[in-house]
Design a protein around this ligand. Sequence first.
Ligand code: 5GP
Length: 114
Amino acid sequence: MTEPSVFTRIAAREIPAEIVAETDRVIAFRDIAPKAPLHVVVTPKTGEYADVVALAAGDPGLLAEVIDVARGVAADHGDGQFRLIFNTGAGAGQTVFHVHAHVLAGGLEERGLV
Ligand code: 5GP
């Protein structure tokens, strides 16, 4: 059996995190190394899907729930506009192989990107 991922352990309250939203199946918490003024990780509480491609194929309803939680986080903690990033594969920067979305908001105007 594989070890539970860091995100499974956050969902189980075994590792502390700043949790900002939660449903029965999904949890959202602030990234420990934020890349934007708002940077939240949204992830299923259990880690059977390694990445978004596997999640979309295996449980599209759960993927829709992840996206809806991301929408709610961006509305509650910003102006509702956000970037949603699913790093998929080590070569794309994925380090935790428990599917998760990065919700990023803010900071683009200051950097002249919008
Ligand atoms: P990935 O690189 O897999 O797309 O994203 C993993 C993210 O999880 C990274 O942005 C990293 O900072 C974040 N992360 C890793 N370990 C922890 C942790 O223990 N707590 C929190 N809050 N975030 C974490």
